[in-house]
Design a binder for this molecule. Structure first.
Ligand SMILES: [Zn+2]
Length: 195
């Protein structure tokens, strides 16, 4: 088979449409007026932990802009060991790089946000959970741990889990919030506390 000529490749590139195509066009428009944010303290002095659900993006829900706050997202926005590890590292990094800035005993606040109508809610049903575990090979206990059936309950559990983790820097504070998919409102259910 003859090697494709440059012209053919270019032609192919021009006509290839993927699911990313329209997003790449949006990116081109974004980059046209873009100003890079310098590496520094997140200007909101916050770290957000929330669900990966495409209806709860903090950039939209909270109007979060670039450089304001790191965001950790997973199924349910649950505080897993992996999340605690990320927060531990970010606290270390913040202290090393920016420890002399801001208030002396405060690095940043971790805001845990759970939401209503979470897709992980199905996992609260033992039958569904058992079938999901069998079909995917994922441990049933891990699936149960990611379930958000009542976000008010799970956000309390996860804020406590963070506050009682021996890994958590005493210079961090933790708060809990529930986002209502139906109304778009975010409610603070647990005010920020230090460990
Ligand atoms: Zn969710």
């Amino acid at each position: 088979m003859p090697a494709p000529r440059c012209h053919d490749l270019l032609k192919g590139a021009e006509t290839t449409m993927t699911k990313m195509t329209s997003l790449l066009e949006r990116n081109t428009r974004f980059a046209a007026t873009y100003t890079p944010a310098t590496l520094g303290v997140p200007t909101a002095q916050l770290l957000i932990v929330t669900c990966l659900d495409h209806r709860v993006d903090p950039a939209n829900v909270l109007g979060l802009r670039l450089g304001e706050a790191p965001v950790i997202r997973n199924a349910g926005g649950r505080v897993t060991q992996a999340v605690i590890d990320d927060i531990t590292y970010l606290a270390y990094l913040a202290e090393q790089l920016f420890g002399g800035q801001g208030e002396p005993d405060t690095l940043f606040e971790v805001a845990v946000i759970h939401h209503t109508q979470c897709g992980t809610g199905f996992l609260a049903d033992p039958g569904f959970r058992q079938r999901a575990a069998q079909a995917t090979g994922l441990p049933e206990a891990a699936l149960e741990a990611s379930a958000v059936d009542d976000p008010h309950t799970t956000v309390k559990t996860d804020v406590e889990r963070l506050l009682t983790s021996p890994q958590l820097s005493p210079k961090l504070s933790v708060s809990g919030h529930v986002y209502d998919i139906a109304t778009g409102h975010l409610t603070t259910t647990l005010d920020a506390r230090h460990p």
